[in-house]
Design a protein around this ligand. Sequence first.
Ligand code: UDP
Ligand code: MG
Length: 206
Amino acid sequence: MSLLSVIVPCYNEEESVALFYQELTKNDPFFKEKEIELELLYIDDGSKDGTVREVKKLIEQDSRVHIVSFSRNFGKEAAMFAGLEKSKGDYVVMMDVDLQDPPKFLGEMYRTLETGEYDCVAARRTDRSGERRIRSFFSAMFYKVINKISKIEFVEGARDYRLMTRKMRDAVLKMGEYNRFSKGLFGWCGFDTKWIEFENAERAAG
Ligand code: UDP
Ligand code: MG
């Protein structure tokens, strides 16, 4: 058996919590086939709505579900860090709860890591459909500028959706940066990463 930790930061996501669970657990037959045990960590980033209530409903019906709840909103980076710290898995994956990081790719990602050829499988979207043009513009500018000034390559359209080995998770946690920028840290720590591509998915709810 190997343990897979799924880290899901949530801020005011009462509508998405159960939808995410439904989509993720569609992989259960795959997990069974591969003898993967699941640890689903919802990280509540100080939500003011019913996010915690929705997660607790899931905890009652499925012992694989867990929650870490912040005293206030600290931001997604802090939530991802807390999730990494809490994770016990041999493999660890980070995903948004709004289904913009579609759980249906987990199988493909896992199969890639399983070969032992890579330490990490990361996802990038190939378009930004549904996003406001001003945001797409500033995102594109960001990648242009950062790639000019940085020695690390920042892949345009990269998401925080990553499946990594415990070895990489440990290395990422050793970086004690206070103000974290995970995309930079993941690139900087230098493990072999395979990129998979998908078309942008719009937020499921909320
Ligand atoms: N999120 C969080 N804390 C925040 C803002 C967002 O944990 O302060 C979570 C959010 O619930 C979601 C993910 O981070 O699971 C991405 O947020 P969002 O969908 O708002 O970002 P976008 O898709 O617009 O980049
Ligand atoms: Mg989103």
